[in-house]
Design a protein around this ligand. Structure first.
Ligand SMILES: C[S@@+](CC[C@H](N)C(=O)[O-])C[C@H]1O[C@@H](n2cnc3c(N)ncnc32)[C@H](O)[C@@H]1O
Length: 246
């Protein structure tokens, strides 16, 4: 595992551990972020276009998708179990609100099964860290976005080494202790949260990567209180420095 890739054996093990978090996912996330996760999800919703077709990459059990109001939403995840958890949860909320049903698609960021230029916005929350080839995944996101459209990514990156050290302590001690209690075992799947965090890069690493794959107007900054980073980037408008992905 490094800042760009995860080898296939480790990724398979990571996926099993992510699936094992499903029953306690929202509870531990709320605790781990001192309740801030709700605000971060709201921030991403605000940054997505109010109309058009939106893709969430790595939807997990549907924690973000259930509160997306109105827009035409597609949720992608490589785990059939995650999708089976998310679909009834999200579509029950959508039906209650009178929104169109979400389309759930099994797939990976690195091989998005969608046509070029087919989304008005793409977002990914707490998933980018788990992509086994982050550069390939971002290139795919660029390909499926319409010219001028935006990707928003949230994940806990480090600002620098010292910040990374405090982040590691927070996850290992604070989140680890709570996960041990909730999961009733010291061998809980949240250990993988710490592991992927340690190997994940800095905010700047992924600003650079977004620029290198062809995004423009790239921004990345820590979100209060510094536990997560939000990146925003646009696909170039047609005829304005558009790359081979346009
Ligand atoms: C921690 S969950 C995030 C769930 C949700 N987005 C949220 O806001 O809480 C991470 C998800 O990313 C998915 N994932 C892992 N590797 C992926 C990849 N290569 N492409 C797309 N999704 C991936 C996992 O299956 C998992 O469901």
């Amino acid at each position: 595992m490094d800042t760009e890739t995860i080898d296939s054996e480790e990724w398979d093990e990571l996926m099993l551990n992510l699936e094992a978090t499903i029953p306690v996912y929202d509870r531990i996330n709320r605790f781990a972020t001192l309740g801030q996760v709700k605000k971060w999800r709201g921030l991403v919703r605000q940054k997505m276009p109010a109309e058009g077709r939106i893709l969430e990459v790595g939807c997990g059990p549907g924690s973000f998708a259930e509160d997306v109001v109105g827009t035409d939403l597609v949720c992608l995840d490589p785990s059939a179990l995650m999708l089976a958890t998310a679909e009834p949860r999200v579509n029950a909320c959508r039906t209650e609100r009178g929104d169109s049903l979400v389309e759930f698609v099994e797939g990976k960021a690195e091989e998005l099964p969608f046509e070029d230029n087919s989304f008005d916005g793409v977002c990914s929350l707490f998933s980018f860290r788990d992509w086994y080839d982050k550069r390939a995944g971002l290139s795919q996101v660029l390909r499926v976005l319409k010219p001028g459209a935006k990707v928003v990514i949230v994940d806990p990156a480090k600002m620098n080494q010292l910040h990374g050290f405090f982040g590691w302590m927070w996850m290992r001690i604070w989140v680890g202790a709570y996960a041990r209690i909730v999961c009733k075992t010291s061998d809980h799947p949240w250990k993988w949260l710490t592991k992927t965090y340690v190997h994940f890069g800095t905010t700047k690493d992924y600003i650079r990567m977004l620029e290198e794959v062809g995004f423009v107007q790239v921004k990345g900054k820590a979100i209060f209180p510094g536990m997560a980073t939000i990146w925003e980037a646009h696909k170039p408008e047609l005829g304005k420095g558009c790359c081979s992905n346009c």
